[in-house]
Design a protein. Structure first.
Length: 896
């Protein structure tokens, strides 16, 4: 018999499991050995060896190796071996960097791996989906992605969208009864839930019948998932730039070689010089370093509770100009406590701390016994009944399992002495229509001991009042007149005006033999009972975060399903509502077209009483206004807006699988301030990438120019090939990496967001590269000429001076690259990595100059002390000469 044909007992015995206890840990281990992990097979990964060899596949490195071969054949063994050694060192460095980048991206994948709710050893726990074995009991709610193939044993309004499997995008209504049709298709198996499909409504639970490749998904997964590589816009731009630079570098190299040969240098020397120069001038390593910098940035973000799911988001974050954020849980703490209750024109307050179920009730500042207040009793008991939250009491430490709003209602009723167990003895729950943020309410059909049936409804007061035709007033059921309606409205507004989140409770008697099949039948002609108002304090760090965002040119917009007045009160507390900014509600939003919204959207700071569906409209309108939008969300219905936003942000704690999958950033702590931290990090990563692009390109320009100038002037070669290689592949590498780890400049969050289409050389970077590069080349040439003219017989000494000047000029220039302004704008020793990188580059170059073993290889000789003055003087000029112009400009601006 197949699983879908079995009844509950047959399934339990077929899979040797227990519906109330689940599997034992021992048994899980045994089954895992038998069935393996619950994962679909993945494409092959690149081996370490392959990664190592890929470091040498670059075109220029191959040319270099070919050149080495030629020089080896010509008998220049020392040169050949040295070149090979340098290429090897460079390859090993590259290998370790890329390995590190890969590892951190893998760790990221682990972090965002899906989880499921499983019953193990009698307790519900969250486990990685990978660890599920056949026989496990899983439960799921709307927004979950199903983690294995499951035979359902419980379903409440459960609907599952199976398009991933069947292509059918209309959700299927599920049930639990054994299936009697012969050979049903996947789409017909209404008592099964399949791996990879998505719960769109309701809740359910079931037994895992198949895992991994044995699932229906596994069997059609012949197209194995391959890890897709994600290129960021900058990486793409750099690749294009790389092509241009290669052409330019080759052209200049040919020029140098051509002029050199015309000036009478021998062909072989010029060939080697040309090849080395080409290797030096072409920034092939750049895209790789960018990847490394991005992945290191991603790791820093994890430490700040932000998980980047799509690498390009790291860059886009720095461009964000609007953050649209949910209120509840993201800007507030989602720790709700009922403080005010209202029914039939009477208000009570209740005190107490946290979720502890003790507190006193007051009316008109006098303590009252809730058992004497009939309408209060109704309000509290129905609020407890139409409720899924559970109280967890761990040695007097109280916590809530479930929706915090419902938790608050539960605690309020417990303060009055009610217990859910007792209530469930009086009322039997017949059916439920779960909460959704579209209807903004939920209802349960219950039957009491005497057989009377009710619908108990709770939800947004302004919605419920519209569905009621009578009301409990002065402890009597009365017709809801216009007059009474406006009194209720007044009570709602008063609670909301104090930043309280309000929930209304209502009920409706149902004839005994009527079966309510649809929520529309239950949720109309209601008897309005009253209101409960709860505080949800703002997260303390949000106010500062909102301000920091404003300083950074980023607007914060609150989007909430909550009441307009509540939303406004909280937005005011957080500094989101500023002078002239507007509040728009869902109703007005529904009546607007995207283009109408576009006209006013820049002035709106709060969207209240909206449904998730509205979010897409808001994103579109903002994008049409040219904004780069970050949009948060957690539910199934948020997914389209999250996907459409430039940066989709999902909640790590309350977020559904569907929202997370659509997002490019997940907040581990659901905190608004984390978005701000991620944006700051995103801006910093981009600036750091700019820093080392600037450094490496300026170095290259300097190297080419010194050779070119020398050839044009008919001088001997100022640098020998091996020196050029050394500078490029060894001295430059470490400082460039260290720039990638640089601290943000003080004003990163004081500047306007970067334009997303900004080119690599924007904001003066091109000028800085050319001007500094030119000066580096020129000063190296000067150093060479001064020493060479002093003693033309000692070319090797002059070359050593040129080599050292070039290195020193770059090692000084690297500090200038830390700031957009000037080397004087920052403390040069702030970046410890950079200080160590420069020191080690320095030690290495001193080794090359002074070690008798290395001297013959690098064609160097020891430098006289006086010439160090010359070297240091000249090498400081490229950085300090133009830093002076910055000061001149700055003082002038200050004077105006
Ligand atoms: N569990 C619930 N049962 C009944 N009504 C609820 C429940 N949770 C929320 N509501 C009502 O529905 C309204 C909308 O809730 P929704 O979850 O869409 O947004 P929210 O949580 O208030 O705000 P945000 O969009 O900022 O997260 C709430 O203001 C409340 O009145
Ligand atoms: Ca180079």
């Amino acid at each position: 018999m197949k699983f879908h044909e079995m009844n509950e007992n047959e399934i339990a015995s077929a899979l040797r499991t227990d519906f109330t206890e689940g599997l034992e840990e021992k048994e899980v281990k045994r089954r895992r050995e038998q069935h393996g992990y619950n994962a679909l097979a993945e494409g092959e990964k690149q081996s370490a060896l392959l990664l190592f060899f890929s470091q040498f596949k670059d075109f220029m490195v191959l040319v270099l190796l070919a050149a080495t071969l030629i020089s080896g054949l010509l008998g220049e063994m020392v040169d050949a071996i040295a070149i090979i050694a340098i290429v090897l060192v460079n390859g090993i460095l590259g290998f370790f960097q890329e390995r590190k980048a890969e590892k951190s991206l893998d760790a990221l994948k682990e972090l965002s791996a899906p989880q499921v709710h499983a019953l193990r050893d009698g307790e519900w726990t969250k486990i990685p989906s990978k660890e599920v074995v056949p026989g496990d009991i899983l439960k799921f709610i709307s927004g979950d992605r199903i983690g294995a193939d499951i035979r359902l044993i419980e379903s409440r309004s459960l609907e599952i969208e199976e398009s991933a499997l069947t292509g059918e995008s209309v959700p299927v209504q599920k049930n639990t009864s054994p299936l009697r049709i012969p050979n049903p298709g996947l789409g017909d198996m209404e008592n099964m839930a399949f791996m990879g499909t998505m719960v769109t409504r309701g809740t359910g639970s079931g037994v895992v019948v198949a895992t991994g490749m044995k699932t229906a998904m596994g069997q059609i997964a012949d197209l194995l998932q391959t890890a897709e590589t994600q290129e960021t816009p900058l990486q793409r731009r750099l690749e294009q730039l790389g092509k241009i630079l290669i052409t330019a570098a080759l052209f200049l190299t040919l020029l140098v070689v051509g002029i050199g040969v015309l000036q009478g240098h021998d062909l072989y020397t010029m060939f080697l010089a040309g090849v080395s120069l080409a290797v030096a001038a072409i920034p092939e390593g750049l895209p790789a370093i960018v990847t490394v910098a991005l992945s290191l940035g991603v790791q820093r973000m994890i430490r700040k509770n932000a998980i980047v799911r799509k690498l390009p988001a790291v860059e886009t974050l720095g461009c964000a100009s609007v953050i649209c954020s949910d209120k509840t849980g993201t800007m507030t703490q989602n720790k709700m406590t009922v403080t005010h209750l209202w029914s039939g024109n009477k208000t009570w307050t209740v005190d107490g701390v946290g979720y502890s179920p003790t507190g006193l009730f007051f009316h008109d500042d006098k303590s009252v016994d809730p058992q004497n207040e009939k309408s209060l009793q109704q309000l509290l008991t129905f609020g407890m009944l139409c409720n899924h939250a559970e109280m967890i009491d761990k040695d007097g430490e109280y916590a809530i399992d479930g929706d915090p709003t419902e938790g608050a209602l539960l605690v309020a009723a417990m303060k009055a002495g009610y217990r859910r167990e007792n209530l469930l003895n009086q009322f039997e729950i017949v059916n439920e229509f779960p909460f959704d943020s579209q209807r903004k309410m939920m209802s349960m059909i219950v039957k009491d001991n005497t057989g009377r049936k009710f619908a108990v409804v709770k939800g947004a007061p302004d919605v419920l009042i519209g569905l009621s035709d009578s009301i409990l007033w002065d402890e009597r059921q009365q017709r809801l007149t216009k007059d009474l309606t406006s009194k209720v409205q007044g009570a709602i507004d008063e609670l909301a005006g104090n930043a309280l989140r309000t929930i209304a409770i209502a009920f409706k008697p149902i004839p005994q033999n009527t079966v309510v099949l649809h929520e529309n039948e239950a949720e109309k002609d209601l008897v309005f009972i009253g209101l409960q108002g709860m505080i949800d304090p703002p997260r303390p760090e949000v106010k500062t975060a909102v301000k920091e965002c404003r300083d950074a040119g980023i607007k914060t917009v609150m989007i909430t399903g909550d009441h307009v007045i509540t939303a406004k009160a909280i937005a005011n507390q957080l500094g989101i509502l500023t002078k002239g900014s507007k509040v728009l509600d869902g109703k007005a939003l529904s009546e607007m077209s995207v283009s109408e919204l576009e006209d006013i959207v820049d002035d709106v700071s709060v969207f209240a009483r909206v449904s998730p569906e509205h979010k897409l409209k808001i994103v579109k309108a903002l994008q049409n206004r040219g904004h780069i939008v970050a949009m948060t969300g957690d539910g199934v219905n948020d997914a389209p807006a999250i996907k459409a936003a430039d940066i989709g942000v999902a909640m790590g704690i309350t977020g559904t699988d569907v929202a997370k999958e659509a997002s490019s950033l997940v907040l581990l702590d659901d905190n608004f301030a984390t978005i701000k931290a991620a944006i700051k990090e995103g801006r910093n990563i981009y600036e750091n990438i700019r820093k080392f692009i600037r450094y490496l390109l300026a170095s290259n320009v300097g190297e080419i120019l010194v050779m070119l100038f020398a050839m044009i002037m008919g001088l001997p070669l100022p640098l020998v090939p091996i020196q050029i290689l050394w500078v490029n592949l060894v001295t430059d590498g470490l400082p460039a990496m260290a720039l990638g780890l640089d601290q943000p400049e003080e004003d990163v969050m004081k500047r306007a967001p970067r334009h997303p289409k900004e080119g690599v050389f924007a904001r003066g970077l091109g000028w800085k590269v050319v001007s500094r590069g030119f000066l580096i080349g020129l000063m190296t040439l000067f150093a060479f000429m001064i020493v060479y003219n002093r003693n033309p017989d000692d070319l090797v000494y002059a070359q050593t001076i040129a080599f050292t000047t070039l290195v020193m000029a770059q090692l000084i220039h690297v500090f200038d690259c830390r700031s957009e302004k000037s080397i004087f704008a920052r403390n040069p020793f702030e970046n410890k990595y950079l200080v160590w990188a420069v020191i080690s580059s320095l030690v290495m170059v001193l080794g090359v100059i002074y070690s008798p073993v290395l001297q013959p290889i690098f064609h160097t000789v020891p430098i006289l002390a006086v010439d160090w003055l010359l070297i240091l003087g000249l090498s400081a000029i490229p950085t300090f000469l133009l830093a002076g112009t910055f000061f001149a400009r700055k003082t002038k601006r200050n004077m105006i």
